[in-house]
Design a protein around this ligand. Structure first.
Ligand code: PMP
Length: 433
C-alpha cells in the first residue's frame, strides 16, 4: 500500500545529514514559541505573557483595498489588529491554513502527513535560507545550467563547487545529472576532503532564463536519481501556473514519497512581487530548522502582506484564484507569441531559440558572436535597448557567452517588436566590426 511505503521511507530519512552544524545548533526562542499562544490559548485566557505592543496605540483605523473587479477587501477591528501585530514565525495562522489547503489541492503530496509549510518573504528568501541550512563551506551543490542568477550569489560565499547540469528544451537532462554525480563520486574517492552533494536546485516551469518546462518523465527520472544519491531537491517553481502547455505538469512535491523535496511557491509573479509573500513546503524537520533561522532573523514575514494575501484568498476562494492565474497565464502567453513572431521576423538566420513553454523569458543564442557582453552593454545601450547577457545565468560567468535573455513581461507589444528589430540590426553591425 502506498501509505505504508511512504511511512517506511520517511522513517529512513536522516534529516540530520542535510542540516549543517550551524543550523542544527539553533534553539527555539521561548518568547517566539509563546507567540503561538495568542492563537492557541482559549479566548477567555488572560495573557500577561505576550511581549507585543498594544495595537490600540497604532494609528491605523481601517485599510480598504479596492480590487480591479470592484470588490473591496476591508481590514478593520480585530482583523486589522492582527494584521498589524507580531505573529508566530510559521506565518499568519489563517493564511497558513489556506495555503495548506491550496497546496494539498494542487499537489496532493504523498508525504503530506509528515510535511509542514512555512511562509517566507518570497522564494528567494526561502531558497537562500535552505541552502544556508544545508551546506558548509566547500560542499558542492547540483544546479541546472543555465541557472537563475539569484542562486549563484547565495552559493558563491561558500566557495562551493557548482555541479552544473546542462538543460535542453525540457530542462535539466537526467543522463547528464547522472554523469555529473558519477564523475564527482570518482573525485570523492580520490580526494577524501571532498563531499557528495546534499542538495540540488531546480526551476522546473518556465525556467529563468530559458523558458523551458520539464516534462513529467524528466521529473520522475531526476527524482529517482536524487533518491539514489540521497539529494534534497529545492524545487523553485514561481512560474508553476504560468505555463503554456495544455495541462499543468505535476510537481516534484507531488511525487515526493521520500520527503526530500523543499518546494518554494511564491505570489510574486501572480499577485504582487512587492508584497513579498511566498511559502515553502517540506518535511517537518526541515521546516523546523528553517523556522529557527527566521526566528533568529526577521521573526516572521510581514503580517500586513500576509493578511492582504489571506483577505484576497477569502474574498475570492480557490476557484476565482485559479481563474485569475489563468488570466495571468493568458497575458504572458500572448506576450510570448508577440515576441516569438517579432523574433521570427527580425532574427531568423541570426539567432536560434526555444519557444518558451512558460514564464516570461526567452533564451536566445546569437550566431557568429562569440561573446555578447560588449555588444549589449555598450552598443545595445546606445540603441536604447536592454537585454541581459547570458553570462549572468551561467555556472561560470567568466566564460565567453553567446546567449541573451529577453523578457517579454513589461515592454508593450510595439516595444517588443521594435526591440527585436534593433537587436537584429545590432547583431548585423556586430558581425561587420
Ligand atoms: N526564482 C526564480 C526562478 C525567479 O525568477 C525569481 C524572481 N526573479 C525568484 C526565484 C525570486 O522570487 P520571489 O519574489 O518569490 O523571491
Amino acid at each position: 500500500m502506498e501509505t505504508t511505503r511512504v511511512d517506511e521511507k520517511i522513517e529512513n530519512m536522516d534529516y540530520s545529514y542535510f542540516i549543517n552544524a550551524l543550523s542544527s545548533r539553533r534553539r527555539p526562542a521561548l518568547t517566539r514559541e509563546l507567540t503561538k499562544l495568542a492563537y492557541l490559548a482559549p479566548k477567555e485566557a488572560i495573557s500577561l505573557a505576550e511581549g507585543m505592543p498594544n495595537e490600540l496605540t497604532f494609528p491605523f483605523e481601517q485599510i480598504d483595498i479596492t480590487m480591479k473587479d470592484g470588490s473591496i477587501m476591508t481590514l478593520k477591528g480585530s482583523i486589522l489588529g492582527s494584521a498589524l501585530q507580531y505573529i508566530p514565525t510559521q506565518g499568519y495562522p489563517p493564511l497558513v491554513k489556506t495555503l495548506k489547503e491550496f497546496t494539498y489541492k494542487v499537489h496532493q503530496p504523498p508525504n503530506w502527513e509528515n510535511s509542514e509549510l512555512l511562509v517566507i518573504n518570497g522564494s528567494q528568501d526561502g531558497i537562500s535560507k535552505s541552502i544556508e541550512m544545508c551546506i558548509q563551506e566547500g560542499e558542492p551543490v547540483v544546479v541546472q545550467n543555465p541557472l537563475y542568477a539569484g542562486i549563484e550569489i547565495i552559493i558563491n560565499p561558500y566557495k562551493s563547487p557548482l555541479l552544473a547540469v546542462d538543460q535542453d528544451q525540457y530542462g535539466m537532462v537526467p543522463e547528464l545529472l547522472k554523469q555529473q554525480l558519477e564523475n564527482w563520486k570518482e573525485k570523492c574517492l580520490q580526494d577524501e576532503t571532498l563531499r557528495m552533494p546534499k542538495i540540488m536546485y531546480i526551476n522546473p516551469t518556465g525556467s529563468n532564463p530559458t523558458g523551458t518546462t520539464m516534462t513529467l518523465e524528466r521529473k520522475r527520472e531526476i527524482y529517482k536519481i536524487c533518491c539514489e544519491y540521497n539529494i534534497l531537491i529545492l524545487e523553485d517553481d514561481p512560474y508553476f501556473f504560468m505555463h503554456f502547455l495544455d495541462e499543468l505538469t505535476p510537481s516534484f512535491l507531488s511525487m515526493d514519497v521520500e520527503g526530500r523535496v523543499l518546494r518554494f511557491d511564491s505570489f510574486s509573479k501572480v499577485l504582487s512581487s512587492g508584497m513579498r509573500v511566498g511559502w515553502v513546503t517540506a518535511a517537518k524537520p526541515l521546516i523546523q530548522a528553517l523556522e529557527l533561522h527566521i526566528q533568529s532573523s526577521y521573526l516572521h514575514s510581514s503580517t500586513l502582506s500576509q493578511s492582504i494575501a489571506n483577505g484576497l484568498l477569502q474574498l475570492w476562494g480557490f476557484d476565482k484564484l485559479l481563474e485569475h492565474l489563468e488570466e495571468v497565464t493568458a497575458f504572458y502567453k500572448a506576450r510570448r507569441d508577440i515576441t516569438i513572431s517579432a523574433m521570427e521576423k527580425y532574427l531568423t538566420g541570426l539567432c536560434e531559440w526555444t519557444i518558451p513553454a512558460g514564464g516570461m523569458f526567452v533564451w536566445i543564442k546569437v550566431h557568429g558572436v562569440g561573446d555578447v557582453y560588449e555588444m549589449l552593454m555598450n552598443r545595445g545601450l546606445k540603441k536604447l535597448i536592454t537585454f541581459v547577457p547570458g553570462h549572468a545565468f551561467m555556472a561560470d560567468p567568466t566564460q565567453a557567452c553567446s546567449y541573451i535573455r529577453a523578457s517579454y513581461s513589461k515592454a508593450a507589444p510595439k516595444q517588443i517588436e521594435k526591440a527585436m528589430k534593433l537587436l537584429g540590426e545590432l547583431i548585423r553591425e556586430e558581425k561587420l566590426l
